[in-house]
Design a protein around this ligand. Structure first.
Ligand code: DQA
Length: 145
């Protein structure tokens, strides 16, 4: 089983960026965390981060035939990007949305998730743990479809 883990804009600044919201651990720590989860579950993974909407769309398109599922934190593009929604719908791979924070408990504009409309599940407000939940959800789904 091979998963593509996508992180959107500004997540590369974890640790520096609004630590009271996103925590003090940096992006390298998040990547290590995700790789460790995948290793311990025997899952192959590729991690991709971009600050560019089009790069994320292209990566999703390239996932077709190359990955079994997608875990995505589209960050701010969550709330704006129909292009990411359409790309997820186009490849139709099982996808799970993750947010470090509880987007529903923040500003009203964060309550809309376009990407989430193409995802089977959303884990929000769980910090790094949300990525683990998303990976385990996809693993369970593949193990017992
Ligand atoms: C985020 C929540 C988004 O609203 C925000 O724009 C982000 C990060 C999260 O992980 O909590 O950049 O996706």
């Amino acid at each position: 089983m091979k998963l593509l883990i996508i992180n959107g804009p500004n997540l590369n600044l974890l640790g520096i960026r609004e630590p009271e919201l996103y925590g003090k651990r940096d992006f390298a720590a998040l990547e290590r965390y995700v790789r460790d989860v995948c290793d311990s579950e025997g899952i192959e993974c590729e991690l991709f981060q971009s600050n560019y909407e089009g790069a994320i769309v292209e990566k999703i398109q390239q996932a077709l035939g190359a990955f079994d599922g997608i875990v995505i934190n589209p960050a701010a593009y969550t709330h704006t990007s129909v292009a990411i929604l359409d790309a997820l719908k186009a490849v139709a791979l099982p996808a799970v949305e993750v947010h470090l924070t509880d987007v529903d408990a923040r500003e009203p504009f964060r309550r809309i998730s376009y990407a989430g409309m193409a995802c089977e599940k959303t884990f929000k407000g769980l910090g790094f743990e949300g990525y683990k939940e998303a990976i385990l959800y996809l693993k369970n789904k593949m193990d017992s479809p």
